[in-house]
Write a new protein. Structure first.
Length: 234
């Protein structure tokens, strides 16, 4: 255990640094995923709004009839007729002519009113489909405007979501801490390994003259390959 102790602390430092960097990577990726998911949800919401606008317009188109337009146009015609009737009747009222004349004038007015009302009804029926299509065209224009507005809102939301996603970055302090811990641990581990290798090496190096005993010319100095030195008899 004592021999392994110098290796435990550096290894723990290296592992700790790697854990710090791994956690920072996981945090960064998680934040990126959350921002991307939120962006998808925002775009889906805008799409639902556009779909709802289209469904509303389709529903109105399915229930569209010319009844409202015909009633509105008939009311307009009848208002004009009533104004004309007042002007016409004002000229016929008064003690003009006898009873027969008054009766005939009243019958003529009633017949004219009925004919005018019939004409107004027919004209309103003729005008109603055109007014209906005109109203539907206005509805299409409003639909296009609403969809264009939702599209611009969607683009703006996408831009904001992209900015938020770009603002998510790795924390330099955590990366630096993890790198320092790993580097220090690796350096300490290398030094410990070199120290262990040095303690286990043989101690037979140097100018060991005793090691030359038993060789030819024992007692002589070795040249070690250097010029000018040879084995000189002792």
């Amino acid at each position: 255990m004592g021999a392994a102790l110098p290796f435990i602390i550096p290894a723990a430092a290296m592992i700790g640094g790697q854990v710090i960097q791994s956690n920072e990577t996981n945090r960064y990726l998680r934040k990126q995923d959350e921002a991307a998911a939120q962006g998808i949800l925002n775009q889906a919401q805008k799409q639902r709004e556009a779909d709802q606008v289209v469904r509303n317009q389709v529903g109105e188109l399915e229930g569209s009839t010319s009844g409202d337009e015909r009633a509105q146009r008939l009311d307009q015609y009848m208002q004009v007729l009533r104004r004309g009737q007042r002007q016409a009747n004002s000229g016929l009222e008064g003690p003009v002519g006898g009873a027969t004349f008054q009766a005939d004038a009243g019958s003529a007015r009633n017949a004219a009113d009925a004919a005018a009302a019939t004409t107004a009804g027919l004209q309103a029926r003729i005008d109603a489909p055109g007014l209906q299509r005109q109203g539907e065209a206005f509805d299409y224009g409003r639909l296009a405007t609403d969809l264009n507005l939702i599209g611009r809102e969607s683009q703006g939301q996408s831009f904001v979501d992209d900015l938020r996603r770009r603002q998510i970055r790795r924390r330099p302090g955590m990366d630096l801490l993890g790198g320092l811990a790993s580097g220090i641990g690796a350096s300490m581990l290398g030094n410990a390994a070199m120290g262990a290798a040095g303690r286990g090496a043989p101690q037979g190096f140097g100018n060991n003259i005793d090691g030359l005993k038993g060789l030819p010319g024992a007692g002589a100095r070795a040249s070690y390959g250097m010029p000018g030195y040879g084995l000189v008899g002792g």
